[in-house]
Design a protein. Structure first.
Length: 133
C-alpha cells in the first residue's frame, strides 16, 4: 500500500498532546525515513528526549513553539518558531518542544530512520543511581 491515513491511525498519547507515526511498521513502503504528525495543546511540553539513530527535520504547520536543543557540548539552543518555520535537530541531540502560543500547535516531523528509537530523558534519569553505595 502506498498511502497511509496518518491522522486516522492510532495516536501515541502524550501529556497535553498526541502523535501519529508513519514508520516502517505502520507504512511498510518507507525505507530510511519516517514521519510524525505532532499536536500539542497550549502550555504543553513534549518531554525532552533524543533519537540515537536519527536526525530530525521539523516543520511547524500551525501555532507558536519553542524548540530546545542540547548537543554534546551542553550548550542549549532555544528556537522560537511560528507557522511555516523549519528547524533541524542533529542525530543524538537532546530536544523538546513547548507550545508557547494560545492555540494548539501542529508539527510535521521527518526523521532519517524508518523506525527511529526515542529515549525519554525521564527514563534515562530513572535508571541512573542517585548516590554511590
Amino acid at each position: 500500500m502506498n498511502m497511509l491515513r496518518l491522522e486516522k491511525s492510532e495516536p501515541l498519547l502524550l501529556p497535553k498532546g498526541k502523535m501519529y507515526r508513519a514508520n516502517k511498521k505502520a507504512f511498510p513502503v518507507l525505507n530510511g525515513l519516517s514521519m510524525q504528525s505532532f499536536h500539542l495543546d497550549p502550555g504543553g511540553i513534549r518531554e525532552p528526549h533524543l533519537h540515537p539513530d536519527a536526525a530530525q527535520l521539523d516543520y511547524l504547520v500551525t501555532g507558536r513553539a519553542r524548540v530546545g536543543i542540547i548537543g554534546p557540548d551542553g550548550a542549549p539552543q532555544l528556537l522560537d518558531m511560528e507557522a511555516g518555520d523549519v528547524c533541524f535537530i542533529p542525530q543524538g541531540h537532546l530536544h523538546w518542544i513547548e507550545n508557547t502560543g494560545l492555540q494548539p500547535l501542529h508539527f510535521l516531523l521527518t526523521l532519517s530512520h524508518a523506525e527511529p528509537q526515542t529515549i525519554e530523558l525521564s527514563a534515562m534519569v530513572a535508571g541512573a543511581p542517585i548516590q554511590a553505595k
